[in-house]
Design a protein around this ligand. Structure first.
Ligand SMILES: *Cc1c(COP(=O)(O)O)cnc(C)c1O
Length: 439
C-alpha cells in the first residue's frame, strides 16, 4: 500500500465525522481547497483537471470571474438575498433576460415556476402539476432514467440501488424501454404507442411522459431525433403532458441551450437546474406552458425558491454566454474533438469499448465495471477527475466545462488514455498469473 499522506489522515476525519452516505469524497480522495475554470487545487498543492464539472452543475467552469463580480457586486449592495418568492429586481431581471436571450428567438412561450433549489424538487413539482392538470396518476418514464431521489422523482428513476433505498413503495410510474434499449432494430416508441392506445394493455393512461434526451446518470444513452418526436406525439395523442428533464443536459451541454432543440420539440414542461445559476449556486426552474399553469396561488411552495444570489449569477451567465451563438459553436467543435479522440482510443482495442454522446457529454462504455473503476481511480491519481455512470457504473463519463481550454482537454484525455492502457495491462498480467497458478 502507498504511504499515507496528510490528505489521507484528513480524510479519515471526514470518515469519522460524516455519515456513511458521503460518496464523492470516496471517489475523489483529496481535500479540495480552490478551483478556477477546469482546474481544482488540492490542499497539498496538486492540480486536478476537472472532467466532472460538479455533475454538470459547472458548465462554465469553476469560479468564472465575470460571474463572481456580478455576485460580489450584488452582495456588496445589501440587496435582498433571501426573499422567498417575493418580487425583487433580481427576480424580474432573470425572467426578462431568460425571455429575451433564450425563449424569444426560439419562439418558445413559457411561464416560470421556481421550485425548491434542487433538480429533484423541480421534477417533483412537474409531476405534481401534470397529475393536477390531467386528473391521472400514472407517469411514463424510461429504463435507466434518472430524475432525482425524493419519493416522487425516485419512483420515476430506474436504478434499483436508489429505488431500494427509498424505503416506501415507489408507485405512480410505469417504465418503458428508452431509445435503443432493445437493440437497433426495435423502435421502442412503436411499443409505447401500442401499449397506450390499446384499451386492454394494462397500462393506465399517463398524466405525463417524462424523458431525458440524453440519459446522463443512466450511461450517456442518446435518443434519436425521430424517437423523441414520436414520444412527444404519443404524449399529445393520449392527453399526457410531455416533460423534458433537461437538468443535466440543458444549459448548453449538448450544444444548444436546450438539449431538445435539434429535434424541434415543444415540451409542455421543461425542468432545468444544475448549471442554471452558472456558478454552482442552487437554483432550479420549471418552464410551464401557460395552458397548463393550473396551480392555485401558494399551492406548491417552499422556503428556498429562486434565491436572489443564484438568480443574479444565472442572469449574468445568460448575458455572458448566451447573447450570441459563440458558445454553441464552440461546444459543437470541442465535442467533435472529444468524439474523435475517444473513438481513436476505443479503436485501439477492437470492439471492446463503445463511445456515445452528443455535444460535450460523452460516455466511454467499458462494459465491465471493474475496468471503468480502476481506470477512473488511476486517472484521479494522475490528476484527472472523471466520473462513472450507467446501471453498473461501467461507463466513464466525460463532462468537461463547455469553456475548457483545448490544451487542458487534451491533457485530460491523455491521462484517461494512459490510465486505461495501464489498467488493461495490469488485468492482463493478473489473468496470466492466475492461469499460471492454476496450472
Ligand atoms: C441530477 C439530476 C436530477 C436531480 O437533481 P438533484 O439536484 O440532484 O436533485 C434530476 N434529473 C436529472 C436528469 C439529473 O441529472
Amino acid at each position: 500500500m502507498d504511504r499515507l499522506t496528510d490528505a489521507d489522515f484528513a480524510l479519515q476525519d471526514f470518515a469519522a465525522l460524516e455519515s456513511n452516505v458521503r460518496s464523492y469524497s470516496r471517489s475523489f480522495p483529496a481535500i479540495f481547497s480552490r478551483a478556477r475554470g477546469s482546474i481544482m487545487m488540492t490542499d497539498d498543492g496538486r492540480k486536478i483537471i476537472d472532467f466532472f464539472s460538479g455533475a454538470g452543475a459547472l458548465n462554465y467552469g469553476h469560479n468564472n470571474h465575470q460571474l463572481r463580480s456580478a455576485i460580489t457586486k450584488y452582495l456588496g449592495s445589501d440587496a435582498v438575498v433571501h426573499g422567498l418568492d417575493m418580487a425583487t429586481p433580481a427576480r424580474l431581471a432573470f425572467m426578462e433576460t431568460f425571455n429575451s436571450t433564450i425563449l424569444r428567438d426560439r419562439e418558445l412561450h413559457y411561464r416560470f415556476q421556481f421550485p425548491g433549489p434542487t433538480g429533484a424538487s423541480a421534477i417533483e413539482a412537474a409531476l405534481k402539476l401534470s397529475r393536477k392538470v390531467t386528473g391521472r396518476q400514472n407517469v411514463i418514464s424510461f429504463t435507466r432514467g434518472y430524475h432525482g431521489l425524493s419519493v416522487g422523482a425516485n419512483a420515476a428513476t430506474g436504478n434499483r440501488f436508489y429505488r431500494a433505498a427509498g424505503g416506501v413503495p415507489l408507485f405512480g410510474a410505469t417504465f418503458f424501454p428508452y431509445d435503443g434499449y432493445l437493440g437497433p432494430t426495435i423502435d421502442t416508441a412503436d411499443y409505447l404507442q401500442r401499449m397506450l392506445t390499446d384499451e386492454s394493455s394494462g397500462v393506465d393512461l399517463p398524466a405525463a411522459i417524462l424523458v431525458e434526451t440524453v440519459q446522463g446518470e443512466g450511461g450517456i444513452n442518446v435518443a434519436r431525433k425521430d424517437w423523441l418526436q414520436a414520444i412527444q406525439r404519443i404524449a399529445r395523442d393520449v392527453g399526457a403532458l410531455f416533460i423534458v428533464d433537461d437538468i443535466q443536459m440543458g444549459c448548453g451541454r449538448t450544444g444548444e441551450f436546450f438539449s431538445f432543440e435539434f429535434a424541434a420539440l415543444s415540451p409542455d414542461i421543461i425542468a432545468l437546474s444544475k448549471s442554471l445559476s452558472g456558478y454552482g449556486l442552487p437554483l432550479s426552474l420549471l418552464l410551464v406552458k401557460e395552458e397548463f399553469d393550473a396551480w392555485k396561488p401558494g399551492e406548491h411552495t417552499g422556503t428556498f425558491r429562486s434565491n436572489n444570489l443564484a438568480l443574479v449569477s444565472a442572469t449574468a451567465a445568460l448575458d455572458i454566454f448566451w447573447s450570441s451563438g459563440i458558445l454553441s459553436q464552440e461546444v459543437r467543435r470541442t465535442g467533435e474533438l472529444m468524439r474523435r479522440r475517444l473513438e481513436a482510443i476505443a479503436s485501439k482495442y477492437g470492439n471492446r469499448f463503445a463511445v456515445r454522446g452528443r455535444g460535450m457529454a460523452y460516455g466511454f462504455d467499458c462494459h465491465k465495471p471493474e475496468i471503468a473503476e480502476a481506470t477512473t481511480r488511476r486517472s484521479f491519481k494522475k490528476g484527472l477527475m472523471v466520473e462513472r455512470c450507467g446501471p453498473n457504473d461501467q461507463v466513464v463519463k466525460f463532462l468537461p466545462a463547455l469553456t475548457i481550454d483545448r490544451e487542458i482537454l487534451d491533457e485530460g484525455l491523455l491521462i484517461f488514455e494512459d490510465s486505461l492502457a495501464e489498467t488493461l495491462n495490469q488485468t492482463k498480467c493478473e489473468r496470466l498469473e492466475d492461469a499460471n497458478n492454476d496450472r
